[in-house]
Design a protein around this ligand. Structure first.
Ligand code: OOB
Length: 531
């Protein structure tokens, strides 16, 4: 068992097996079985390349053999820093079969994050593209490589220069021992918007369940054509249900190099995409673009939106303007996933962030003293279950704070539960501005501001203030002429908002700083507007 991994206690593991959640299969076998069932079906489309299930299966075997020949072994970590290209799947399955663990870095990561991840994981190999969206990854590999004593190989998808070409590693398949399904299969990154990312161990058993159960609630079939628009190393497009869920269902993954409408819309039309996943800011951008774009989006049946709170104003526009159904997803790389269901009433789909995926997800909603909050009240969400971690990788001190004694993960999310079991995410523990003692609920103010015709996107932040402690600042990306503060105040007052919730300041910006996944980076935004 991987050192630095916290397994589930035996009685929980036994229960998850008895209940059929953990099937005792590896992620590598998922592809093996699909390739046996429908070898000629298209598994992945990347530009002009179309790989069948047989192609992908064989490529994964050949690469696994090549990596083995290079000296990579079960339990080794490999930092994967690839964009949305077919090689991502080939490599991931090769590593799953070898029992080596991909560490899923995001394309936007640079020297600080990559250096940190190499040190924390002690990865023996680092896999990069030659260039991606104008950024040459080889100089980055040179720089970080000097400070990573455990690193032995830099593997490059494309022109390797002095490094090793990924394509050169293809070798005659060799028998490899099957990894233990209860052992760690990959390491995901925590999605916090502050601090250095932590590593989240996900086992074959738990991640396969994550993908398969997600594919079921999302209604994926062999006819599914999933557009991978968000960076595929992230949990949402990777397994919620994403790439792995689509392959599990026997569908086709369409790799999208960039999530902008210019790139995504023509691909949706050409490949007859049926489902995709976006973060709210991108969903807004797609809504804007759909007004003038003439690409045929008629094949799109379902748009999943998650990662941060989708404001009701935006949620309402998705059905009519994109011509597809909306599914809200509230998830975390740590595990728990909540989905609105395909047959949920409209008000639940528009106004909630869904209900837990598994009947064995155990949720507690607690007040500041860890006491159960009264029914329907907002509190912090604590969770444990068949696909929620019991500890971050190599993080004993942090784990002592991030988990309760009995193994619940403290999500830091403030939620409220409806009688139907659906959750409404009201913010983060810290996403409240304390304005001289009055608590300004950030999400609520943002939602009202978004309804203003001149507001394309908005983020409300607290800035240090000598008098109030914190004052509120509404950062606005305008649609056309920026609205004045007086405009917005009149709008908010007109909607009946309490005076203390009115922004003390308004700043118009061209765009917001974003995290690697595309969430608004509020820490960076605060630095930017207070500079
Ligand atoms: C997803 O995963 P992470 O790990 O990048 O971020 C998790 C955090 C959650 O704890 C919550 O604070 C926030 O992102 N979040 C949402 C949300 N979905 C995630 N907040 C409000 N509304 C939502 N719908 O972001 C992620 C992982 C799997 C599927 C979907 C998203």
């Amino acid at each position: 068992m991987l050192d630095g991994f916290t397994p589930w206690p035996k009685e929980f593991a036994d229960r998850y097996r008895e209940r059929g959640h953990w099937g005792g299969r590896t992620l590598g076998s998922l592809l093996r079985q699909r390739a046996a069932a429908t070898p000629e079906a298209i598994a992945v489309v990347d530009g002009d390349r179309r790989w069948t299930y047989r192609d992908l299966d064989e490529r994964a075997d050949r690469l696994a053999a090549g990596l083995h020949g290079l000296g990579l072994a079960s339990g080794d970590r490999v930092l994967v820093h690839l964009p949305n290209i077919a090689e991502f799947l080939e490599l991931s399955f090769a590593l799953f079969r070898l029992g080596a663990l991909p560490v899923m870095a995001l394309p936007a990561h640079r020297e600080a994050e990559i250096g940190h991840l190499l040190a924390l994981s002690e990865a023996v190999a680092y896999v990069i593209p030659d260039t991606h969206l104008g950024f040459d990854h080889r100089p980055l590999a040179r720089t970080v490589g000097q400070k990573a004593p455990a690193l032995r190989h830099v593997l490059v998808a494309g022109d390797p220069q002095e490094f090793t070409a990924l394509a050169s590693l293809s070798a005659e398949p060799r028998p490899l021992p099957e990894p233990d399904p209860s052992d760690v299969a990959l390491l995901l990154l925590s999605g916090g918007t502050t601090g250095a990312p932590k590593l989240i161990p996900r086992t074959h058993d738990d991640y396969l369940y994550n993908a398969a159960a997600s594919a079921a609630v999302t209604g994926l079939t062999s006819g599914t054509r999933y557009l991978a628009a968000l960076p595929v190393a992230h949990n949402f497009p990777l397994a919620c249900p994403g790439l792995l869920g689509t392959l599990h269902a026997g569908g086709t993954v369409v790799m999208c190099p960039h999530p902008s409408p210019d790139t995504a819309f023509p691909l949706i039309a050409r490949e007859r995409v049926t489902v995709t996943a976006l973060v709210p800011s991108l969903a807004l951008l797609w809504l804007e673009a759909a007004e003038w774009a003439d690409d045929d989006l008629g094949s799109l049946e379902l748009l999943q939106v998650g990662g941060s709170r989708l404001k009701a104003e935006a949620a309402r526009r998705i059905g009519p303007e994109l011509g597809c159904r909306l599914q809200q997803v509230f998830g975390m790389a740590e595990g728990l996933l909540c989905y609105t269901r395909l047959d949920d009433r409209d008000d639940l789909v528009l106004d909630t962030q869904g209900r837990p995926l598994s009947e064995d997800d155990e949720l507690r909603i607690v007040d500041a003293e860890d006491h159960e909050a009264p029914d329907g009240e907002v509190g912090e969400l604590l969770v444990r279950g068949p696909y929620t971690l019991r500890g971050y990788y190599r993080a004993d001190d942090h784990n002592a704070r991030a988990f309760t004694e009995d193994g619940f993960y403290r999500s830091g999310d403030l939620v409220r539960r409806l009688p139907s079991g659906h959750l409404v995410v009201e913010g983060r523990i810290k996403d409240v501005i304390n304005r001289g003692g009055e608590k300004v609920p950030v999400e609520e103010v943002e939602n009202h501001l978004l309804a203003h015709p001149a507001v394309l996107d908005v983020a409300v932040v607290g800035l240090p203030d000598t008098r109030l402690g914190e004052r509120s600042c509404a950062c606005v990306v305008p649609r056309g002429t920026p609205p004045s503060r007086a405009d917005l105040i009149a709008h908010l007052t007109g909607r009946g908002l309490a005076a203390f919730k009115l922004p003390d300041e308004v700043k118009a910006l061209g765009s917001f700083p974003r995290t690697a996944l595309g969430k608004v980076d509020k820490a960076a935004l605060i630095r930017q507007v207070s500079a």
